[in-house]
Design a protein around this ligand. Structure first.
Ligand SMILES: *Cc1c(COP(=O)(O)O)cnc(C)c1O
Length: 387
């Protein structure tokens, strides 16, 4: 049997007629950059997240060219740049930290909670203390938590820290559309939230795309300018912005797929529950630690990431048996060669380093069948020779 890590072709079969019709409409209109389809997509995504949110203030969606650009534009809109620092997690996709560096600011890492694998508020306090004690003239301007793998960070504590310190929160919700916690919906709790529509994300387009979310109308207006060369009126530029716009073909695809998102998220959650049951019944819990979903949180399982004993051997075995799996992320961000100049060394963030050595993502795509899932667990049981 073959069980890929994700199966975009199976999803395409379901949406194909509607996607083709929607793409045809855009081709007929010949308006590809921004325009009515993009606006419809911005409103639909913002409303969809608003509906999950605890807050009643309206959410603005600003379609941009990628999740990475969403982060860069969020930082730019808050005027974060040289001389500023942003506290973030060392255990995430590269863009979380590179966006901070690309605007000229300095990332300050704080270690993760080994349970949720997201930014640990206690460690954020430590990073804030260190930034005050050192001779470091940097101003900490924002926290940039990541709702990693679809589980919200501890927003209760992070929002309290941000309020106390008078700093901003930018949420990296690239992996977490539809996730929620007692403080609200992923992307709608901080000053700004950032989404990615990379094809394998829970809401994926057929190319790059992203969105910035904010409840602040002035910030939304600023973001709309910044994604479009900083243009106010046609060819009048009061600031230097990017060319970073969601295109109408992507927006058309995303509008179709948004209709499936609740159902596909529910399917991911069912698969996760079933994995947990299978690991128990197959007596695998000495070898495999399933992901944590904290009480009151709704995780959307962008990835289903376990901790596994003999992780690399298991990954090799599974691949040989036709099971797709992947290590997210093998090198924590503070140890990336391109960030060497910041001076972090091994041992600086032990929880992140341990996670990068122990975690493995297993297939959890919405249309995975029970037979496929049973096969995955059978192979894991074969590897460890249990039940
Ligand atoms: C995918 C991702 C991004 C970047 O999104 P792109 O659309 O690929 O630019 C940023 N942060 C996290 C956590 C991601 O998973």
């Amino acid at each position: 049997m073959n069980v890929p890590l994700v199966d975009l072709k199976a999803e395409y079969q379901l949406v194909e007629p509607a996607v083709r019709a929607a793409v045809d409409r855009v081709l007929g209109q010949q308006q590809f950059i921004l325009g009515p389809t993009v606006e419809a997509c911005e409103q639909a995504v913002a409303r969809w997240i608003q509906a999950l949110s605890a807050s009643s203030s309206p959410l603005h969606g600003i379609g941009v060219a990628s999740g990475t650009d969403a982060l860069i534009l969020a930082l730019r809109a808050l005027d974060i740049g040289p001389g500023d620092a942003v506290i973030t997690t060392p255990y995430s996709f590269f863009a979380t930290a590179s966006s901070i560096v690309l605007v000229g600011a300095t990332p300050l890492f704080a270690d993760i909670d080994p349970g949720t694998l997201a930014l640990d508020p206690e460690q954020v306090e430590g990073a804030l203390r260190r930034s005050r004690e050192g001779r470091n003239p940097l101003r900490v301007r924002a926290l940039l938590p990541v709702h990693l793998f679809g589980h919200c960070a501890d927003m209760d504590a992070l929002l309290r820290i941000a309020r106390r310190e008078g700093i901003e929160i930018i949420e990296d919700a690239a992996q977490a559309i539809g996730a929620a916690c007692p403080q609200g919906a992923a992307g709608a709790m901080g000053r700004i939230g950032c989404l990615s529509f990379f094809p394998t994300k829970n809401l994926g387009g057929y190319g790059d795309g992203g969105m910035v979310l904010t409840g602040d109308a002035d910030l939304a207006a600023s973001l709309r300018r910044l994604r479009n060369h900083g243009m106010v009126d046609r060819y009048h530029h009061h600031e230097v912005g990017l060319n970073s716009r969601l295109d109408a073909l992507q927006a058309a695809v995303l509008l179709v797929k948004l209709d499936y998102l609740a159902e596909w998220t529910a399917a991911r959650r069912r698969h996760a529950a079933r994995y947990a049951g299978l690991f128990t019944s197959r007596k695998l819990l000495d070898w495999i630690t399933p992901p944590v979903e904290r009480p009151g949180f709704t995780m959307v399982y962008h990835h289903y990431v376990v901790r596994a004993k003999r992780r690399d051997e298991l990954a090799g075995f599974l691949r040989k048996q036709g099971v797709g799996c992947e290590v997210y992320y093998p090198v924590p961000l503070h140890l990336q060669p391109c960030f060497e100049r910041f001076g972090w060394t091994k041992g600086a963030f032990p929880a992140a380093e341990r996670a990068s050595e122990e975690t493995l993502a297993l297939p959890v795509f919405p249309l995975m069948t029970e037979a496929q899932q049973t096969y995955v667990v059978d192979q894991i049981a074969r590897f460890y020779q249990t039940g």
